[in-house]
Write a protein that binds this ligand. Structure first.
Ligand code: PGA
Ligand code: ZN
Length: 404
């Protein structure tokens, strides 16, 4: 096994045109890996800090001067040593000096370099016990954007096609079909209005929260009939974004916490929702538990902002039976080491994991390997836009190599 010979970090742009970081790690053997880190817009309160106060330029200076000299010479196979060094040099609890995005880029690029040296695909060096790379994730495809990802759309952040065929060729086709059908329905509903797309490639339209779900559910039903496959409606409320400390404020209603639980449960049952992310604000483990108790036998109830891929927060959720599934975003917590710790904890507890993109993405495919290697129930990466399609295409390639 060879050691790290060099680590380069540089500025690149994400799909929103915001600066982010990519890292290139080169080993003594000549093998190398390169990865960019994405950025969120509706970030959880307990996420690590993506960049230091001085942004990407300060991150680059700190990493180059202080971190790179400490990484050179470490064994490529020693993930805990590499990721631990990132934290040691950073010295803060939330990666405020180095930045979570530097940590993610370096951690993933190191794993890629190791994979290249071993002549293996990335997913294999990340593989959890019992994962053989033959069980593929469902597609969690964002079809209509709201909240912080769209101007003028609904308050609920994401209207999702949850396509559960285990063959990615079929699940991707189904999610894309729902996107197309929903676009046609929106155009019929608003024939003179321009139709745009939001940050994650879903449609943006001035449509109400429940109306949008009704249209999504009709599009899913039609795609199911046409393609004879399983595709069902999903929602990411990103509920913290419209919770003010006492109430959930929608354009068309204001709900107290028990009212929110009842509203969510009603939508699940009326529209056959099978994927339900962040229906409750990020501090209420008990509110999540109430939702899971009400509808957890018929839908995934997924914690994103509430857990921020952090094992300690997931532990609290497990103790309170808050969810039955966990969203996994590497740069919410920093490195692959911490990400895999959270994945392992979720798996031990029998919770499904969903590997997720961010709203500001890089046009790379490595996320598909994280999903496959961690045995994820779903890959949440949108369906349209080059930065989303890059991940779907990588999953297709993996399926052609090992798939059903
Ligand atoms: P973000 O949101 O990437 O903008 O944080 C995505 C999500 O809430 O799932
Ligand atoms: Zn979310």
């Amino acid at each position: 096994m060879s050691e790290i010979r060099s680590v380069g970090v540089d500025l690149i742009y994400d799909s929103r045109g915001h600066a982010t970081i990519e890292a290139e790690v080169r080993l003594g053997s000549g093998a190398h890996g390169r990865a960019g880190a994405p950025s969120g817009a509706s970030t959880g309160m307990h996420e690590v800090q993506a960049f230091p106060r001085g942004g990407v330029p300060e991150a680059l200076t700190t990493v180059r001067k202080q971190l790179v000299p400490k990484l050179v010479g470490l064994e490529a196979g020693d993930r805990a040593g590499i990721d631990g060094m990132i934290h040691t040099v950073d010295g803060t609890p939330n990666l405020a000096r180095v930045g979570g995005n530097s940590a993610t880029a370096i951690s993933v690029a190191s794993a890629m370099a190791l994979a290249a040296e071993r002549g293996q695909p990335l997913w294999k060096v990340l593989a959890r016990p019992g994962v053989d790379g033959r069980s593929f994730p469902a597609i969690v495809g964002n079809c209509l954007n709201g909240g912080k990802h769209a101007i003028g759309g609904p308050d609920i952040q994401e209207y999702i096609a949850f396509a559960t065929d285990r063959d990615p060729a079929r699940s991707i086709e189904a999610a894309l079909r729902v996107h197309t059908l929903l676009g046609e329905a929106l155009h019929r509903r608003f024939p003179t209005a321009a139709l745009g797309r939001g940050d994650e490639g879903g449609w943006v339209a001035a449509v109400g929260n429940v109306d949008a779900l009704e249209m999504l559910s009709e599009a899913c039903a039609r795609a199911r009939d046409e393609l004879r496959t399983e595709v069902h409606p999903g929602l990411d409320f990103a509920a913290s974004e419209f919770y003010d400390g006492g109430h959930y404020h929608y354009k068309d209603r204001t709900l107290d916490p028990p009212g929110q639980v009842a509203f969510v449960a009603e939508l699940v049952d009326k529209y056959g929702v099978r994927y339900l992310e962040d229906p409750i604000e990020q501090e209420s483990f008990g509110g999540f538990a109430a939702v899971t108790k009400a509808v957890g036998d018929r839908t995934l109830v997924i914690g994103d902002d509430v857990y921020v891929t952090n094992a300690e927060r997931l532990q609290r959720g497990i103790a309170q039976h808050s969810t039955n599934a966990v969203l996994i975003k590497v740069n919410q917590v920093g490195t692959l080491t911490e990400t895999l710790r959270t994945v392992d904890l979720a798996r031990q507890d029998g919770q499904a994991t969903i590997t997720s993109h961010r709203s500001g993405e890089v046009p790379e495919g490595w996320l598909a390997h994280v999903a496959l290697g961690t045995g994820a129930r779903g890959l949440k990466c949108g369906v349209l836009g080059g930065e989303r399609v890059a991940k779907l295409n990588e999953l297709l390639r993996l399926a052609r190599l090992h798939g059903p």
